[in-house]
Design a binder for this molecule. Structure first.
Ligand SMILES: [Zn+2]
Length: 225
């Protein structure tokens, strides 16, 4: 039995969501996002969900043990038995250790950590160029890659286009700083464990996808041996 137990790493704006969707189609892997799990469990008022909500209501971070508990339960679910793609977790070495222990408790181990790399300047260009329609936030443009016909005006309804606060350059740079300080130790951690696979996220999404798919297919063959 070959499993594909994968972690997806990469900065905001690297296209992780797109690649996760495609990997799910290619290999039938459930995409496990920490944010989604947390929302589900809080909504369903599971034991862990109730615990998590207590911290969130108090304005505190949900502790690692609670998150790890949720992930461990999710990974043991039927649809994740042959593998999973984990996104947004682990965020630090402590969580990575906890995940490793949880998996080995299930008689499993991590197959690989997939890292999509994009330089900060490129990410700032991608994210800070986004413009959103004030009337309908699903009308999204990009000043370089997908500009509207008339600057600052939505093609579909003529409404004004704005830059969201989240897409402001200073906000993006702060998020990138947080990403680097949290994730670089994690990258080194998986590199030491010889689980890290790097992908050039400056290529177009189809090329990135082809590269990741080929790598994952090879990993699966190796797992079978
Ligand atoms: Zn519009």
């Amino acid at each position: 039995m070959s499993e594909l137990n994968l972690i997806l790493l990469g900065p905001p704006g690297a296209g992780k969501g797109t690649q996760a969707d495609r990997l799910r189609e290619d290999f039938g892997l459930p995409h496990i996002s920490t944010g989604d799990i947390l929302r589900e469990q809080v909504a369903e008022e599971t034991e862990l969900g109730v615990q998590a909500k207590r911290y969130m209501d108090a304005g505190e971070l949900v502790p690692d043990e609670v998150i790890v508990g949720m992930i461990t339960e999710r990974v043991a679910d039927g649809d994740a038995r042959d593998g999973f793609l984990l996104d947004g977790f682990p965020r630090n070495e402590r969580q990575a250790d906890a995940l490793g222990e949880a998996l080995s408790g299930l008689g499993r181990r991590l197959t690989a950590a997939l890292l999509i790399e994009v330089p900060d300047e490129e990410l700032v260009r991608r994210l800070a160029g986004r413009r959103v329609c004030v009337k309908n936030p699903s009308h999204i443009y990009h000043v370089d890659f997908d500009p509207p016909k008339h600057e600052g005006v939505c093609d579909q309804d003529g409404a004004r286009l704005i830059q969201r606060d989240d897409d402001r350059e200073d906000t993006i740079r702060r998020r990138l700083e947080v990403y680097h300080s949290q994730t670089e130790p994690l990258i080194a951690y998986y590199d030491r464990a010889e689980l890290l696979r790097r992908f050039d996220g400056t290529r177009n999404p189809d090329e990135v996808h082809a590269h990741i798919r080929a790598t994952v297919a090879t990993l699966r063959l190796e797992e079978k041996l």
